[in-house]
Write a protein that binds this ligand. Structure first.
Ligand SMILES: CC(C)(COP(=O)(O)OP(=O)(O)OC[C@H]1O[C@@H](n2cnc3c(N)ncnc32)[C@H](O)[C@@H]1OP(=O)(O)O)[C@@H](O)C(=O)NCCC(=O)NCCS
Length: 186
């Protein structure tokens, strides 16, 4: 894995994926606080100040360096409307593994934006960072998230059970390995 200290925004057909900036915090806070978005996500604090603090903290990290998540804001090309965010993190103790996460603001869902942004992020993780494995975790109930993982080529490798206090939940781990990706390109 190599750290990308000079990240250049990623472009897809419709989207631009750039590092999140402190001024994005209010918009991110708004959709991250929406129960439909928050339901399956690990963020405990979704107020703008906390998110601004996280973005500032993350701005000190480079994609591909260990030690935590790096978040990117996804905007529409042209109009520059913010439609969501994606992130990546080197898995702790597994230096070749990149974990990814993704969120699209509810009014922009169902247009293929997550698939487009996450597809670009997966390519970036393999091609620019040199990842051996790209991994996504999801709640087993989170059908749209699982669908996005499948559409960008990840496959189910594990089902597991988690606990949240007395509450039990089921999770899934999806992965794509470098060699599988090379085979699918043949
Ligand atoms: C997961 C999420 C990012 C998807 O964003 P999106 O831009 O709507 O995704 P896309 O449009 O690229 O693709 C969504 C796919 O899920 C499918 N889908 C949506 N709702 C579904 C449901 N209830 N059951 C089954 N499939 C569903 C869509 O049909 C589409 O698949 P298709 O292209 O084969 O038809 C978005 O729903 C979200 O932000 N959810 C809340 C946050 C979250 O849970 N993030 C993931 C965990 S960290």
């Amino acid at each position: 894995m190599q750290a990308d200290t000079a990240f250049e925004p990623l472009r897809t057909k419709r989207l631009l994926i750039r590092r999140s900036r402190p001024e994005d915090a209010a918009t991110i806070a708004e959709y991250r606080s929406d129960p439909r978005v928050h339901r399956y996500q690990g963020w405990e604090r979704t107020d703008a100040d906390s998110i601004r603090g996280e973005i500032q903290e993350m701005s000190r990290r480079s994609p591909g360096s260990p030690g935590g998540w790096v978040q990117f804001t996804v905007v529409e090309l042209g109009g520059e409307r913010m439609v969501g965010d994606v992130g990546l993190s080197v898995a702790e103790g597994e230096p070749g593994v990149i974990k990814i996460g993704y969120t699209i603001e509810p009014t922009f869902q169902g247009r293929g934006y997550a698939t487009e942004a996450v597809g670009a992020l997966v390519d970036y993780a393999f091609d620019a960072l040199g990842a051996e494995v790209v991994r996504a975790y999801a709640s087993a109930e989170n059908a749209p998230s699982i669908r996005v993982a499948e559409k960008v080529g990840l496959r189910l490798v594990e089902r597991f059970q988690g606990h949240d206090g007395a509450q039990r939940w089921f999770g899934v781990r999806y992965e794509l390995r470098r060699e599988e990706r090379a085979e699918s390109d043949l």
